[in-house]
Design a binder for this molecule. Structure first.
Ligand code: GAL
Length: 615
């Protein structure tokens, strides 16, 4: 029996009085606390020369590629950002301004000897593109650590070679956006990581040593808060410098310093992993770094598993199966689609692949729901991405392995009403085929994906499952924050339809197909925008081999007003059903607070919001 608790029966004012008893992070914010500025309503698309040319980039080489993008229909397909990466600096002049390497970018030279990218961005804008630039949060750039024999490194005395933002944030960013007219900035972080006392770049190139704020793969020695503060400042400055809001900030600390948790508060895309290499293993690794972070992405904020390696190595024109899989996976993740190879060398088959309008449309779907993994049994993975049209889903069946396998996905997994017909379209073959209600069955060759658009009756009828609108959820606080910082992607953050550890949702022996699994403490903000009148959910502690002393309290707020509070609940206790009036509510907040009396270090209860729906 599940007792039905109605908010109306609760002594709400008295409960509010206790609000100070739990951590600040669990206090309702009354707002959707994401970055909210800029122009990344859908994931950015474009081209970046790094993987093709590294520091051997030049204006001429870039313009040849731009010509291909324009001629081949890629521009029309949505690739707009033409981004300069590392290597463009000559030095920081005595005035403090940065000089551009005109041997690489002659267009930047001016008659009076000064340099400016204005003519470059004007040219791109005139051709209908957007212009992107690259910089560094610390004093020195990645090339100064990892491409130390490049002929294109900054020159001069130590201070002249300090071309990163540190100490020059406001003036550099003003020049880049207001004087030079860029629309996109990638801010790397090697200067915060790789120039410590005794490091090679410091010993051999004489750079000034900086206490590393990022120690790669070492959460204990990484100063997460300091890194977060740097990027927060950059995000604020860019918002101030771009009153027209037409800009993108790409945050690039490669998944370190907890950026997967906070990136969406200060910028539009954040790297979840190290640099992609053009190998199958590297692509999988980078995919995995984002594939369980579905509650962090949404319009204006995107997990970034790095640029596309299509055209290179394991994804070249002789490996179209792998190239299609890579592209499909990035589209399912709502990842930025930044091509990264020399398109002048691209055979038609690759251009056609990168232009596929139906796959691009999945990446660019306005709802911004990143796909969730509905089957995660490697080598088989199945992902489902609810699209903005109710009842439409992108469905991807993916074979990570080297042997052929059978794959099946059913209506329930696709969040469609069981027993109802649905129609199916293959997005690579671009053809429709038979309709459900039965499960879809496929044979997948090695490394193959089948990517489908399926249209049917949503399982929640005219309502919405919370887990089919993940783009409207923001993980505001996460119980594992303190020690999940640099763990691999599966570090136990809140998830859609599974527990933080990927297990099925279960309360007191009852299984739930849908819901949100989280830790207590946790706080989720849901952007309801006044569109719904009711919120219902079963709530309880997740079944599992955990401490029977674990207790958690559930609280639900609408625009900061407490609508519901549960008593302390324990593992094995039956779910409580909640059904609340949320008419007019703009931001709904779901809080789970750890209420365990005797706490073991590093242990926190698992809670389940089971079958949560908005009507
Ligand atoms: C790396 C970054 C790459 C590229 C490179 C330039 O840190 O992840 O995408 O920008 O620096 O040196």
């Amino acid at each position: 029996m599940k007792p039905l608790l109605l908010a109306a029966l609760l002594a709400i004012p008295a409960l509010n009085a206790n609000a100070g008893d739990y951590p600040q992070a669990l206090q309702p914010s009354g707002r959707f606390s994401v970055y909210g500025h800029g122009a990344a309503a859908t994931p950015p698309m474009g081209w970046n020369p790094w993987n093709a040319f590294r520091t051997e980039v030049s204006q001429a080489r870039m313009l040849e590629v731009v010509d291909v993008i324009q001629r081949s229909g890629l521009q029309q397909a949505g690739y707009r950002y033409i981004n300069i990466d590392d290597g463009w600096w000559l030095k920081r002049a005595a005035s403090g301004d940065i000089e551009i390497r005109t041997s690489m970018f002659p267009i930047a030279g001016r008659a009076d000897g000064s340099t400016s990218f204005r003519a470059w961005t004007d040219q791109l804008h005139a051709r209908g593109f957007k212009a992107g630039l690259y910089t560094e949060a610390g004093r020195n750039a990645c090339s100064q650590a990892f491409d130390r024999h490049s002929p294109n490194l900054p020159i001069g005395r130590v201070a002249e070679r300090e071309i990163g933002l540190q100490g020059f944030e406001a003036s550099d960013l003003k020049i880049m956006f207001q004087d030079w007219g860029f629309d996109y900035l990638k801010v790397d972080a090697c200067g915060l990581a790789d120039f410590g006392e005794g490091s090679e770049p410091v010993l051999e190139s004489g750079h000034r040593a900086l206490r590393p704020l990022i120690v790669r793969d070492d959460a204990q020695r990484t100063d997460r808060d300091a890194v977060e503060t740097r990027y927060a400042r950059i995000g604020r400055l860019l918002a101030d410098l771009n009153p027209d809001n037409d800009y993108v900030l790409s945050i690039c600390p490669w998944g370190q310093a907890g950026v997967r948790d906070w990136g969406g508060q200060y910028g539009h895309t954040w790297r979840t992993s190290p640099d992609i290499e053009p190998s199958w293993e590297s692509m999988l690794h980078n995919f995995d770094s984002a594939s369980q972070r579905e509650l962090y992405a949404g319009p204006g904020r995107w997990n970034d598993p790095d640029m596309l390696a299509i055209g290179l190595g394991d994804f070249d024109a002789d490996h179209l199966v792998e190239a299609r899989s890579h592209f499909s996976l990035w589209a399912m993740l709502s990842a930025p689609l930044l091509m990264g190879f020399d398109l002048t060398q691209a055979p038609d088959a690759l251009l056609e692949l990168l232009r596929n309008p139906e796959v691009i449309a999945i990446d660019q779907d306005a709802a911004g729901n990143q796909a969730t993994l509905v089957i995660d049994q490697p080598p088989l993975q199945v992902l489902v991405k609810p699209l903005s049209v109710p009842g439409e889903r992108a469905v991807l069946l993916f074979n990570r392995g080297d042997a052929t396998l059978q794959a099946q996905v059913n209506a329930t997994q696709m969040k469609l009403a069981a027993g109802q017909p649905f129609s199916t379209r293959d997005l690579w073959q671009q053809r429709d085929f038979g309709s459900g209600p039965g499960p879809l069955d496929f044979t997948l060759g090695p490394h193959q994906t089948i990517m489908l658009k399926v249209s049917g009756t949503p399982v929640a009828g005219r309502g919405r499952l919370l887990s089919e609108m993940t783009g409207r959820i923001h993980v505001a606080a996460d119980g594992l924050r303190s020690y999940s910082t640099n763990l691999a992607a599966a570090a136990g953050t809140p998830r859609a339809d599974v527990t933080p550890y990927g297990e099925p949702l279960r309360i007191a022996g009852t299984d739930y197909h849908y819901g949100i699994g989280a830790h207590a403490d946790s706080r989720l903000e849901v952007r309801t925008d006044g569109e719904f009148s009711r919120f219902s959910s079963d709530i309880g502690l997740q079944d599992g081999p955990m401490d029977q002393h674990d207790q958690a309290i559930f609280r639900i707020y609408g625009d900061q007003r407490l609508l519901f509070e549960s008593p302390p609940m324990t593992v094995g206790q039956h779910a409580v059903s909640v059904d609340l009036d949320i008419s007019g509510v703009q931001v709904l907040e779901l809080v789970a607070a750890d209420a365990t009396a005797r706490k073991e270090a590093l242990k926190t209860p698992l809670v389940t919001w089971a079958d949560p729906r908005l009507q």
